[in-house]
Design a protein around this ligand. Sequence first.
Ligand code: GLA
Length: 435
Amino acid sequence: MLSTVLVFVSTLMAAAVALDNGLMRTPPMGWLAWERFRCDIDCEHDPKNCISENLFTDMADRLSEDGWRELGYVYVNIDDCWASMQRDQHGRLQPDPKRFPGGIRRLSRYMHNRGLKLGIYGDMGTHTCGGYPGTPLSKIEIDAQTFSDWEVDMLKFDGCYSNATEQAQGYPQMSKALNATGRPIAYSCSWPAYQGGLPPKVNYSQLAEICNLWRNYGDIQDSWDSVLNIVDWFFDNQEVLIAVAGPGRWNDPDMLIIGDFGLSMDQSRTQMALWAIMAAPLFMSNDLRTISGGARSILQNKMAVRINQDPLGLQGRRILKEESGIEVFWRPLSNDASALVFFSRRTDMPYRYRTSLSKLNYTAGSYEVHDVFSERSVTLKDSTGFVVSVNPTGVVMWYVSAPVKPNRLQEFFKDARLRGAARGDLANVIPPVFL
Ligand code: GLA
């Protein structure tokens, strides 16, 4: 009997280890080369923008010197087009010697010395999407070992030039191979994106067991159309997607293009707000050397980042789709707080949307409401009607505190008197006056 119990317990423990490498308990944040810098390998004519070690050290310098790292943006991720067309004499992948003369190991050391992490890109087919050497089934172990030897912290494993049968073998095999190196390497799987992103073709429970994040859908481009298309797909399929997300296992709607060329400031706030609602990875793909102050302040908005990084890790949902073109999104957060986003699909003028918290399922009295982008706060009673003015293709985003119970206030006064608290203390805690 005892031995049966022991076998059971050890099986459980083995399962727990295999299923969870302990990484990415909140959505990963950082920078990823692809959307902004693509496969620019022309270092002779475009030295500042080509895929080379300098691009990654430049971005690392910006992340560590311009306030990004402290907010959590710590990954610096190489995407396609880094490799030499030939493997070395031991059959290992190697970086292009001209563009990465110091090698990947030196680059990972550069990141680690600055409190950052390095990500790399591979593809479980004969070639990467850009035509560079892939990692077919026979090469999975050796490539996992090479990434570990280079002290890389994350692998994005793409799926070009492989078929469904190979993917079903290769993605789990790479997960095992990474685990077997003993180095914690976060694992991003593009597998579902190649299988239409939905069950029954995609088995999300299996994915959550073998990957830390996964691309469900097509590539983001530098345009509002592309953002909207991604948003529509993710929220149209929210029932499937919400169920699988959580600490260590995230849906990935692709990179943030805030700071590039395709989005207005309002649309940039929309991408930030909805990626936070979705508990999405926040990988910026932009040029941190020349980013505008406006884009930077959106990406560095503390409250938006805090909402994205909420430790409960529950993915939010769309709760309303109004005929007026206003949509309302909601995400439950820790400490009984939540986030609300009012989004306008309209293209005419700011729309005055009238509602109340009780219409949005808040029925426990009064709530403190912090506007994420205007940084103002008010206390709102659930039944009080209010109007939010939402710009075309823009958002209003709120962090809503736990309900402020009337007796909590009274208790607070009692406590404060007992503690002999100074009047100044109270000002910080008592919710601001009613509207
Ligand atoms: C695929 C991926 C992109 C990018 C490119 C690189 O299209 O989805 O994110 O990695 O390949 O070639």
